[in-house]
Design a protein around this ligand. Structure first.
Ligand code: ZN
Length: 66
């Protein structure tokens, strides 16, 4: 039997480096995170946060403006 060394660690075995402050999802080493309001957010929560912050500029195509 031959021993094969992996170049990358298996993500299934990696320990989380942090937790998303919104959804509680685990953040692993190398993952992107956004520090918003002093707490780390994962990619999907940061996108949702940004859309909520930009809600004042939201409109619907085809609707008349007031
Ligand atoms: Zn999250």
């Amino acid at each position: 039997m031959q021993i094969i060394h992996k170049r990358r660690r298996d993500r299934q075995r990696a320990y989380p480096a942090g937790i998303c402050g919104r959804c509680g999802g685990e953040l692993y080493p190398g993952d992107a995170r956004w520090l918003l309001g002093g707490r780390p957010l994962c990619r999907s929560c940061a996108a949702a946060w940004a859309l909520e912050e930009l809600a004042a500029f939201r409109s619907v195509c085809g609707e008349a403006k007031p």
